[in-house]
Ligand binder design. Structure first.
Ligand code: ATP
Ligand code: MG
Length: 415
């Protein structure tokens, strides 16, 4: 992320509120009997059964002029619905929404495009939806096409466009109508790297010009960096709001907690394969805090203990126990064993527990998987190998660093 994404530090107090939602509720009806039988239709009449679904429940928010705000939350939490209410595409069932200024929006992929029309024709269609006259669009046409970089395809029907091409065209139109308020749904995920950067730089320009921007995105790093504030939606309700980095962190912590709850007990391998000849068997693996309490969510810098229970059916001399830590994307972060660490167990027989201890866990926020293994002294013969069978999560706590590791450091300035 470029350094240019400095947070605005000026006090927001004096700026006028340009977006306000008060007690907004939005209901969708989900119809069940799509093809009722003739008998059912005759018995029940023409009414089809539907379930009422509240996609937004009592949402209130205020956004001040010049603020960049991110909407975050899990799939289906109501982010796009809220954005559509702000654009007035949808109306709330209860509550009110007021917007001050010219609004331009880039909604979900393909929204506002006609598939049979060409790129250029869609610029006119989109531009007029966003309130531009034909003359105004003509004046901006070259700039829009240039920004989209779709010169070669601009006379082809957009139904043949890729999703990235749709976003290019949509974004190019949305920013060229000179809005006071720009509402954007998930552009950061679709465009290629170069176009994403171009969009981010453009957003930064608009932010500098004092425009109000609302971004819906799952790209949490971008939200953390671009946005002054964030609003976290869950099941149609505002679960958190405030400064973007704190809201993003709170949301990530919740996701980790849920994942931990879903992972449940770590005693049995949940993922990954297992192999080995079985003279020694790993019977259980536990993650513990320094008091010996079981847990699977750790904070960066705190002690991290793993206990590996084993059963050796016969006497085994010089067994080698090992662990490996992987990030969830499969990167092998560290692997070590008792032999590397010069801890030789002479022989084992029967039941026992091996303890692996990290005094200060250096890992940053994320989900990790641990392999637990026991091999012979040559490390060539596996008695029992559980590959990435045990899951744990880390929260960075007070640390805001990016990446996998906390690397302690200091900064200084020389002039
Ligand atoms: N037109 C509609 N008819 C019925 N249900 C709808 C309609 N639009 C949205 N919903 C429902 O409302 C809920 C919120 O949807 P919404 O699109 O706002 O979620 P979202 O937060 O944008 O999710 P995502 O991150 O997946 O984009 C979902 O359960 C969705 O199925
Ligand atoms: Mg959405």
């Amino acid at each position: 992320m470029p350094d240019i994404w400095k947070k605005s530090t000026e006090p927001e107090g004096e700026k006028p509120t340009v977006i306000e939602a008060k007690g907004v509720w939005k209901e969708f009806k989900i119809y069940h009997e799509r093809n009722p039988s003739l008998k059912e239709t005759l018995l029940k009449g023409r009414r089809s059964a539907y379930e009422s679904f509240w996609a937004l429940k009592d949402v209130s928010l205020k956004i001040k002029q010049g603020t960049t705000v991110g909407f975050i939350g899990e799939n289906g939490s109501g982010k796009s619905t809220l954005l559509k209410l702000l654009t007035k595409i949808l109306r709330p069932n209860k509550g009110s929404i007021s917007m001050h200024g010219k609004v331009s929006a880039l909604l979900e992929l393909g929204a506002g495009f006609h598939p049979e029309l060409t790129g250029k024709e869609n610029i006119f269609l989109n531009g007029s939806i966003l309130g531009l006259s034909r003359k105004e669009i003509l004046e901006r046409l070259d700039e829009i096409i240039a920004f989209s970089e779709l010169e070669k395809f601009i006379d082809s029907p957009v139904k043949n466009y890729s999703s990235g091409m749709y976003v290019r065209l949509g974004f190019a139109v949305a920013i060229n109508v000179e809005p006071d308020i720009l509402l954007i749904d998930e552009i950061l995920a679709v465009g290629d790297e170069a176009f994403q950067r171009k969009c981010l730089n453009k957003l930064y320009d608009l932010k500098e010009q004092g425009k109000t921007i609302v971004i819906v995105s799952h790209a949490l790093d971008s939200i953390r960096n671009i946005c002054d504030e964030a609003i976290w939606l869950e099941h149609g309700e505002i679960k958190g709001s405030g400064r973007a980095p704190s809201v993003v962190d709170a949301y990530l912590d919740e996701v980790n907690r849920q994942e931990e709850a879903a992972a449940g007990e770590t005693d049995q391998p949940e993922t990954g394969s297992r192999w080995g000849s079985g003279e020694v068997k790993i019977t259980s693996v536990r993650f513990l805090d320094k008091e010996g309490q079981k847990k699977s969510l750790f904070i960066t810098g705190e002690p991290f203990l793993v206990e590996i229970d084993y059963e050796a059916k016969e006497e085994i001399s010089r067994p080698v126990f090992g662990v490996a830590i992987y990030s969830r994307d499969g990167t092998h972060i560290n692997g070590t064993n008792t032999k590397f660490d010069k801890t030789i167990f002479d022989k084992i027989k029967g039941w026992g527990t091996v303890r692996y201890e990290i005094k200060e866990l250096p890992l940053l926020k994320g989900s990790y998987a641990l392999s637990a293994v026991v091999y012979d002294y040559s490390c060539l013969h596996a008695f029992d190998h559980h590959e990435r069978g045990y899951l744990f999560n880390v929260s960075s706590g007070e640390i805001s660093d990016y990446g996998v590791f906390n690397i302690p450091c200091t900064w200084s300035l020389k002039e």
